[in-house]
Structure formats: structure tokens, C-alpha cells
Ligand binder design. Structure first.
Ligand code: GLC
Length: 801
């Protein structure tokens, strides 16, 4: 092949022809005449691992990303052979492996090509570092779209882009800037409505090219390690994501308060300032559950210490804050100040826990405290020690959550803004250089922090937030998108990043609301909070350099907008918690970009702004100043405008009014949306009644779920949860709502208030579980179509005259 010759001249090597095949249960090995082995592992009918060795030698098999609890097993596996290829068939796909060049082509059950090698696996030997630069290229049929890859601040559809994964501290990053803080080498390809995913589990610096270099080719490569990727077949995009999330792990449920509103700034101190801020939230009745202490709470930026001048009695303060419903969250960075009088430093030195350079000196770098050394979080003993350090802050002082920052790891005033490549890491016994450990460092720090917080917060649930992350970090931590800027463009970026993180298995993410660097106008802050309450993690944060960013600093009108939206978030907590449960239980992304919501509608493939929050609430932010509304695409199906109750038909672009206090919101017909009363913090009020807003639809289309439990603790894992499934059936003159209940948790409330929206008839009679009830007994409000019913009904008939 001419192409190969050209590439070979550039030092690329290619596999030869297959000379032997062997199978060991779920592992299939194909060896070529020049020492390449392709090993396939069949994890599930639609999840296949592809691993390539050169010199007939695999590395020791080890991954931080893969979860031990993921589903495994397949119902069918057949291997056949013809003149040209080996054909491996599972219940979902068949994989053809060419005998001449080991190229892979994957077909679905109808013989459609889903994914096909172009040059396939090839490599270059690395003379500088040893090992290989491993490469893969696949053909990209016309019209194929690409999504995923973590926190990239660019168009959701990555077609035409080349991106890089190398965790980087990017203060005030811009649109299209790459790389940022996270490395999630997972993408979804979609062609003719069929989606598949590829997770390149390689922690070295990786690159992905989506038809950027060559129009018909998609490729990915790494600066070391193995060509080791997992292929997921959909054809539903959501299935691809749930399978990826299952493989790399799902989170535990967070405490419900963590889904409330959080307030942060660099930095709130001293204690009186913290109290002033928290009191103001209560005074203005803007709900808030968490207050953050940034680096200034420490003594000279030494982690695990307190500045006693600013915070003379942290335990008292933390408990006083808690009495008012505020959970205290503190920042912990990886840099440990070089200081012989500092216990963390001394313990780490004495136990040899710090990272070292190739020839033995410690890895020294400047961060907030000045010169620092850095724990090697890839060493299990170091993680165990680090976890133990949380005894005092969590176990004794009563802090409820920990914020891990600067863990790319960030180093100041040096080229590359991080460790040099030669730094050594334990990598859980697979000793390596920073080239391999860099992208995973932040995740291993968050993991150690999670272990510690969980240990000392038990029996309550931990809360961790991280800036850097690699695939799988979702098992331990939430995340935020780093140091953004108070501009309208960044509002667009924040929306993209939250959606992209959801598609990348890391739903529990949000942006610094209002922007971290610079200062937003009141209008920008208002538009951002309107969007931010629909992101799984919801926190205002700012650098504090350019003025204050608490809602009241923008004047009365903005206070009202903020209150309205934060209140709405608190009302929607049972809906949000159910979304989280679906994510934690099944790996279902909490935010659904339109393409994920309806991939069969080509109109959705290039949309960026609109998304579905959970399964039934369509959100579209206003991203420009002085707007009175905007054009937006309403996906197929029928929807209700949340604010006006108007019924709209989807499948087209429309103008939607949205003054400063309105964000376009639509509810899917047939949905039953649960709400709690407004509370200033989670647990402030006893939930006396669950509100359900039921949106009429003709036919039987929608099932709505409400998951509840004690909102903290682990009893839910023993079955003490309450899962209600409602199905809505609408006829011209009748509605039937059926309820199915699971789990042994007894909710506090006894009744449910149901509000029927969009009802095409006047209610005449109501039956609960086949018994006609008097309309007075269920407090029927005929003007608003509201009824109050016992919580555990199984069937409700609402009939017209
Ligand atoms: C980094 C973080 C930011 C934090 C600051 C000080 O810039 O991204 O959120 O406030 O450090 O700790």
C-alpha cells in the first residue's frame, strides 16, 4: 500500500498478517507474523476490549479507571473463520478481523458497518522514552458526528476538531482552549442514527482527531502505554453512555443537601465575614446549604491547619453554621509546604510519601504556600495516610465536605505549569514517570480524600469536589469546570461543559456561577443563576478580585431573580434527587443534550444550547444581554411552556419570550413533576405533602419516577428507599394515574397534592382505587384542578361529566 509506505517512511510500523489464533474463554488472541498481538476481551455482548501488543508482549494489566463492580457476561460468543477474516459474533454485533492486516470492522445485526479501521493500529517506537507511540485510525463516514471527551470548551459536536488530553491549570481559559483540567478519553460516534463509543484507557497524553487532519478519518493516539480501548455499541447514544459509565463506575448517592445551592468565594474570612454572608442568605430568604472556605482559612496555606486569628474556634463556628443549616466545606490542595514544624510535612517526609525526581531529589514546586513537596497519591500507602488526615477536620471539627483543587497537579512559575516528565510515581506498584501518572494524579487525590471524608463522616455520606479528573473519577467525587470568566461567552461554555461532562459519565458537575475571573453585570449573573440551578452541581464562586458576587451585590431585582430560581431548585429537589438516583443506579446522564434526547432527529445533531434536565424538563438559557426571549429548537413531541402553561408542538424552532426573570422551560406532556415545599436548606422543614404537577397528554406515553430515602446515610442500600412510578394515561374525558411503589422507606408525608395541568375537560367525578370519593374529601379546587389524595393510592380515575 502506498499510504503505508509513506507512513512507514515517517517511522510508523504496521501489523503484518495473522499467523495464529487462540481463545481462552472470553479472550481471543490474534498474533501476526511481525509480533503484534490483538487481544479481544468480550465483556458484554456490546462491550469489547481491544488491546494490542507489539513484540508479542503485553504490559501488566492495570487500570485506575475500570470499576470492579461493572456488569460482565454475555449470552453468545461465536468465532468463525473464512479465507479473509475471523468473524466474532455476539448477541449484538459481529467483528471482522482481516487476516492480512488485522484490520477490524464492526457490524450490527443488520450488517450495517458501525465502526471500521482505516489504517487501524500502527505505532512508532519512542527512542527518547522507550516503548511506543501507539496510534489508531478509523474511517469516518460522511455525516458521522462525535461527542464526549469531558470538559472541552468547544462545540458539543467535535467533528472537525483535534483535541488533547493533558490535565492543565488554565486560569481564565477561553472558548476552544485545549487542554483544560480534565482528561476523559471517551467519545461517542454517531452515524445514521447508530451510536457507538470508544474509551481509550491510556493515561499518557492522548490526542483525538475527528476528521481534522483527514476528512474521512478519525484517529487517536498516545505518547506511551498500550493501544487499549473499549468499544461500546448502542445503537442508542444513552446506552453507549450507560455502558461506559458502568465500566468506569457510578457514584454513590450524595447527601441531598449537596444538591442544594452552594456559596463560595476566594475567600470568606474571618469568621465574622462567614457569619455575615450566611446570615444574609437567611435574611433575604435565598435558600443555601453550603458555605466554602477557600485557602485563607489555613495557617499560611498549610493543608489541615486553621488560621487561629481568623478562625479561633473552628469547631464552634462549624456547629453554629450547621444550626442554621449551613454545611461547611473546606479546600485542600496537594502542595504541602516545606516546613519542618508542620506535622503533615514531617509525617510525609518521615514515611517517604512525597513524589521524587528521576535521580532522587523530591519534586519541589511553588504553589500557594510557597515551596512545596507533593504526596504521591498513586501510592496506596500514601492514600491511606492522606485519608487518615481528615480525622480532625471531618470527625472532630464537623466539616461536611472537601474541595480538592490544583490537582492537575498545578505548579506555579514553571514551563508547562506542572511536574516535569521525569517525576517518579508508584502507580499502585507499576512504577512509572509523570508522563503516565499526570492525568490520573488528581483523581487519585480525590479518591484518597473521598476515603478519608467517608470514613470520618460515617454514617453520613461524604461530599467531595475536584478540579482535575480522569475517567472513573465519578466514583469518588463531583467536579467543577475551573477558572472561567464573567462573560456571556462563558455562559455558553458553562452550558456546553455541563452537558459534555454528563455525556462523559460525570454528571455531577457545575460551573462557577457568575464567572470566576472578572466581574459579571447583574444581568449576566441573573442569566447564569437561571442556568446554574439546572446543572447537577450549583455553586456561585468568584476570585473576589473584582468585587463581590453574592446575589445581593447586584441590587434588588437580581436578588429577586436569584431567589426565584434557587427556590425553584429547592422545590424540584425530589425530581433532581430522582435524576441522581437514575445516574447512580443505571449510569443515566443527568443532563441530556438534544442529540442524546432524540438522536433520530437530525436537527439535534448540531444543537448546543437546549438540553433536557432529567427526562422531562427542557431548558434553554438566554445567552445575550438585553434579551426579551430567543429562538430555540423544541425537540419532537408535545410540551407545555412551564411559565404560561401553553401547549406547544415540538420538532421546530420557535421564538420563546423570556424577560430577565424568565428562562425558557418546557415540560414534556404526560410528565408528573414532584416538588417539595420551599426550604432555606435541606431538612429545614418536615415534608408534609408531596406535590405532583401532572401535565395532561392524550394517550399513554410517560412514566415518571420519584425516588426518596432518608436523604443521607446508607440505609437506602438496605432497601430503605421509596420509589414511586407513576404512569399517566389521558383520554378525551378521563385521566388514569397509576402508581407502583417499591422499597421499604416510609416517607414523612401522608398525602400528595396533585395539580392537573392542561386538562381538556371539567372534572366531575374522582375514583381512588376504584371507589368514588366525594370531591370535598379530597379538597378539590376546581379553579386550579388541584386535589389532595392519600399517598399510596394505586389508581386514580379522574372523569369528566
Ligand atoms: C484556583 C481554583 C479556584 C480557587 C483558587 C484559590 O484558582 O480554581 O477555584 O478559588 O485556586 O484557592
Amino acid at each position: 500500500m502506498i499510504i503505508n509506505t509513506e507512513l512507514e517512511q515517517k517511522g510508523n510500523l504496521f501489523p503484518g498478517k495473522i499467523i495464529s489464533f487462540s481463545q481462552n474463554v472470553d479472550k481471543l488472541n490474534f498474533t501476526t507474523d511481525n509480533g503484534v498481538i490483538l487481544q479481544l476481551t468480550i465483556l458484554r455482548g456490546s462491550v469489547i476490549r481491544f488491546r494490542y501488543a507489539t513484540d508479542t508482549n503485553f504490559e501488566k494489566d492495570f487500570s485506575y479507571a475500570i470499576s470492579e463492580t461493572g456488569a460482565r457476561g454475555y449470552s453468545m460468543l461465536k468465532v468463525e473463520e473464512n479465507e479473509k477474516a475471523y468473524i466474532i459474533t455476539t448477541s449484538k454485533i459481529s467483528i471482522h478481523i482481516s487476516k492480512v492486516n488485522i484490520h477490524v470492522t464492526i457490524y450490527d445485526k443488520d450488517d450495517n458497518v458501525v465502526c471500521k479501521d482505516d489504517w487501524g493500529f500502527h505505532w512508532e517506537q519512542s527512542h527518547q522514552y522507550g516503548g511506543n507511540i501507539v496510534k489508531m485510525s478509523k474511517s469516518a463516514p460522511q455525516g458521522e458526528c462525535y461527542y464526549g471527551l469531558g470538559d472541552k470548551p468547544m462545540h458539543l459536536n467535535l467533528k472537525g476538531k483535534r483535541v488533547e488530553n493533558w490535565a492543565t491549570d488554565q486560569y481564565a481559559f477561553g472558548k476552544d482552549q485545549d487542554p483544560l483540567y480534565k482528561s476523559v478519553p471517551f467519545y461517542i460516534g454517531m452515524h445514521e442514527e447508530r451510536a457507538y463509543g470508544i474509551f481509550f484507557d491510556n493515561t499518557f497524553k492522548t490526542f483525538f482527531d475527528f476528521c481534522h487532519e483527514r476528512r474521512n478519518v478519525t484517529s487517536f493516539w498516545a505518547q506511551g502505554g498500550e493501544m487499549n480501548y473499549y468499544f461500546f455499541y448502542g445503537p442508542d447514544m444513552q446506552e453507549v453512555i450507560t455502558r461506559y459509565t458502568d465500566l468506569t463506575g457510578k457514584p454513590e448517592l450524595p447527601p441531598l443537601w449537596a444538591l442544594g445551592y452552594h456559596q463560595c468565594k476566594w475567600s470568606y474570612y474571618p469568621e465574622s465575614k462567614v457569619k455575615e454572608i450566611t446570615n444574609k442568605f437567611r435574611e433575604l430568604q435565598i435558600p443555601c446549604d453550603a458555605i466554602y472556605l477557600d485557602i485563607d482559612y489555613m495557617e499560611g496555606f498549610r493543608c489541615f491547619t486553621w488560621n487561629k486569628e481568623y478562625f479561633p474556634d473552628p469547631k464552634r463556628m462549624v456547629s453554629e453554621l450547621l444550626e442554621k443549616g449551613f454545611k461547611t466545606i473546606v479546600i485542600i490542595d496537594p502542595g504541602i509546604k516545606i516546613d519542618n514544624d508542620y506535622f503533615v510535612y514531617k509525617e510525609a517526609i518521615n514515611n517517604d510519601y512525597f513524589c521524587k525526581r528521576a535521580d532522587g531529589p523530591y519534586m519541589r514546586g511553588k504553589v500557594w504556600p510557597g515551596e512545596c513537596f507533593f504526596p504521591d497519591f498513586t501510592n496506596p500507602e500514601v492514600r491511606e495516610w492522606w485519608a487518615g488526615l481528615f480525622k480532625e477536620i471531618i470527625g472532630e471539627v464537623g466539616v461536611k465536605g472537601v474541595w480538592n483543587d490544583m490537582n492537575e497537579p498545578a505548579v506555579m512559575e514553571v514551563p508547562g505549569k506542572t511536574f516535569p516528565n521525569d517525576v517518579r510515581h508508584d502507580y499502585d506498584g507499576n512504577h512509572c514517570s509523570h508522563r503516565k501518572a499526570h492525568n490520573i494524579y488528581g483523581t487519585q487525590m480525590a479518591r484518597a480524600t473521598y476515603e478519608g471524608v467517608k470514613r470520618f463522616a460515617y454514617p453520613k455520606r461524604p461530599f467531595i469536589i475536584t478540579r482535575s479528573a480522569y475517567s472513573g473519577a465519578q466514583r469518588y467525587t463531583s467536579s467543577w469546570t475551573g477558572d472561567n470568566v464573567a462573560t456571556w461567552e462563558h455562559l455558553w461554555i458553562a452550558n456546553i461543559q455541563a452537558q459534555r461532562m454528563s455525556m462523559s459519565g460525570m454528571s455531577f458537575t457545575g460551573s462557577d456561577i457568575g464567572g470566576f475571573a472578572e466581574h459579571p453585570t447583574g444581568e449576566l449573573y441573573a442569566r447564569w443563576i437561571q442556568l446554574g440551578v439546572f446543572h447537577p452541581f450549583c455553586r456561585t464562586h468568584s476570585s473576589g478580585d473584582h468585587g463581590n458576587q453574592e446575589p445581593w451585590t447586584f441590587g434588588e431585582e437580581i436578588v429577586e431573580v436569584t431567589r426565584k430560581y434557587v427556590q425553584l431548585r429547592y422545590q424540584l429537589l425530589p425530581y433532581l434527587y430522582t435524576m441522581f438516583w437514575e445516574y447512580a443506579e443505571f449510569g443515566i446522564p443527568m443532563l441530556k443534550s438534544l442529540v442524546l434526547f432524540d438522536q433520530k432527529d437530525p436537527q439535534t445533531h448540531y444543537r448546543t444550547d437546549e438540553f433536557v434536565f432529567g427526562n422531562q424538563i427542557l431548558v434553554c438559557p438566554i445567552q445575550e444581554p438585553n434579551a426579551k426571549g430567543r429562538r430555540m429548537y423544541i425537540p419532537r413531541g408535545n410540551w407545555y411552556n412551564y411559565w404560561t402553561g401553553n401547549y406547544v408542538k415540538g420538532g421546530m424552532e420557535q421564538w420563546v419570550d423570556a424577560d430577565l426573570d424568565t428562562i425558557p422551560l418546557f415540560i414534556k406532556e404526560g410528565a408528573i413533576i414532584p416538588k417539595y415545599p420551599i426550604q432555606q436548606y435541606v431538612g429545614e422543614k418536615k415534608i408534609e405533602e408531596l406535590k405532583l404537577e401532572a401535565y395532561y397528554c392524550l394517550g399513554n406515553k410517560e412514566v415518571s419516577k420519584v425516588y426518596e430515602d432518608a436523604h443521607d446515610g446508607y440505609d437506602y442500600a438496605k432497601g430503605r428507599f421509596s420509589l414511586r412510578s407513576f404512569s399517566f394515561t389521558g383520554k378525551e374525558n378521563e385521566i388514569i394515574i397509576q402508581q407502583h411503589k417499591d422499597g421499604s422507606y416510609i416517607t414523612e408525608y401522608e398525602t400528595m397534592q396533585i395539580k392537573l395541568i392542561g386538562l381538556p375537560f371539567k372534572i366531575h367525578e374522582i375514583e381512588i382505587d376504584n371507589v368514588v370519593v366525594s370531591l370535598e374529601s379530597i379538597k378539590f379546587d376546581s379553579e386550579n384542578n388541584i386535589i389532595i389524595v392519600p399517598k399510596d393510592f394505586t389508581e386514580l380515575h379522574i372523569v369528566s361529566a
